[in-house]
Design a protein around this ligand. Structure first.
Ligand code: FAD
Ligand code: NAP
Length: 340
């Protein structure tokens, strides 16, 4: 394993933000992680795992050993007539795994097609899209503790998955590197096609009894049309989470703002689309220097070239303030922020 110092990170984050890692190690073998942890401890540097950099805002110098996991491997742990449990290395890319599962008749992940990033990062925010979340498939998550190098295995319950959230963003934050994820998938088609945009797309194509392949194709089609490609318009996907509020507060807001979409979330909460509120504050398409809000998607902040982390966060702050001023609702930033 080779550790490089003062390593640029602009090509390692999808917002293409300039930043420099104090040190960086690309780890191809799980065994090398312990060596990386020891190296960081000797230099009193924290360890920062980085996948594809599609859910981070980086700025300035990151005083850390950035560890990029490049481990690969997909193995069948056990299978029966109904389901199969796969063990997948953290460094694997998410979307090719979804495609591979579909090709092999391991069903369930189709709605999560085309989400950028690595398998190891997927449990961090319990990735979700088109009515499906990762937590439904997680059997166990394997990790190594950064302080001792000891292995740790968490059941799905211990991961405390919630909406774009998990124990890895709270109690276990910055304490471990996920090395492998075990997924339980169905051997029989298990189609979930009721998410409105997905149902509309299938209906539009005249598909009444969709197969997993139909769902995969429809999700890919919608995403390609609707979401800006970070390769040409650098972005980190949705910049804000959709806020959840107690039902009583939501009812009051819905009276004040007719047309505000409300999605019940559990029995006493509802989720409000942040994009709707941002758009109604007039931000869609707004541009400030090198950064702006995408003209077709009010949740996506784009770096049009030359923007840095501070510019992105300053714009996000203005947006959050204006939404709070108009709706009284606090927006929470989804990507993790690193650097000074
Ligand atoms: P990174 O951005 O590299 O890291 C994210 C966080 O995870 C960091 O805190 C990092 O330290 C930590 N981390 C990474 N790897 C590990 C590891 N092995 N062990 C421990 N911690 C680790 N998200 C959704 O949920 N749904 C979507 O539909 C979706 N669509 C997107 C569309 C676009 C165009 C973009 C750019 C992003 C989108 N995202 C979406 C966000 C992003 O793709 C996911 O959060 C993804 O899981 C991040 O993976 P990554 O490898 O890029 O993680
Ligand atoms: P959309 O379909 O225009 O919907 C806007 C928002 O409303 C979504 O965030 C979604 O919440 C919510 N929503 C819509 N219908 C819903 C329903 N029936 N029940 C509950 N919530 C509903 O969203 P979009 O921006 O084009 O994205 C499509 C999907 O991809 C969404 O699931 C979104 O989360 C996901 N996505 C995520 C990211 C990211 O970076 N996190 C980026 C792009 C797309 P949910 O977010 O809970 O689905």
């Amino acid at each position: 394993m080779h550790i490089r110092s003062a390593e640029p990170l602009q090509d390692r984050n999808t917002l293409a933000l300039p930043a420099t890692a104090e040190a960086l190690a690309v780890v191809h073998r799980e065994e090398d992680l312990r060596e990386a942890f020891a190296w960081a401890a000797a230099g009193q540097l924290p360890v920062l795992p980085l996948g594809s950099g599609s859910n981070v805002v980086l700025s300035g110098r990151l005083n850390a050993l950035v560890v990029c996991l490049a481990t690969t491997g997909r193995e069948i742990i056990r299978q029966g007539d109904e389901s199969i449990v796969l063990g997948v290395a953290a460094g694997e890319e998410w979307h090719p795994l979804v495609e591979w599962c579909l090709d092999h008749g391991y069903f369930g992940l189709e709605n999560l097609a085309l989400i950028p990033g690595t398998v190891g990062a997927a449990p961090i925010q319990n990735i979700g899209a088109y009515g499906v979340e990762l937590h439904s498939f997680v059997e166990r998550v394997h990790a190594l503790r950064i302080d001792t190098g000891e292995p740790l295995v968490l059941s799905a319950q211990e991961c405390e998955f919630a909406y774009r959230d998990s124990v890895f963003k709270h109690r276990l934050r910055d304490t471990l590197v996920i090395t492998r994820v075990e997924l339980r998938l169905s051997r029989r088609p298990d189609v979930r096609a009721d998410y409105p945009a997905l149902a509309r797309s299938l209906d539009h194509s005249g598909i009444t009894a969709p197969t997993p392949r139909d769902v995969f194709d429809a999700v890919v089609g919608i995403r390609v049309k609707r979401l800006p490609d970070p390769a040409s318009e650098p972005n980190a996907g949705s910049f804000f989470k959709n806020p959840r509020l107690p039902m009583a507060a939501v009812r009051e807001l819905a009276l004040r703002f007719p047309g505000l979409p409300v999605y019940p979330h559990g029995s006493d909460e509802a989720k409000l689309p942040a994009a709707w509120m941002i758009e109604h504050c007039g931000w869609k398409g707004y541009r400030e220097g090198a950064v702006g809000i995408h003209p077709q998607h009010a949740l996506v902040i784009v770096n049009y070239g030359g923007g840095d982390g501070n510019a992105v966060l300053a714009l996000a702050d203005k947006i959050a303030h204006s939404v709070f001023g108009r709706f009284g609702v606090a927006l929470e930033i989804e990507p993790r922020i690193y650097g000074q």
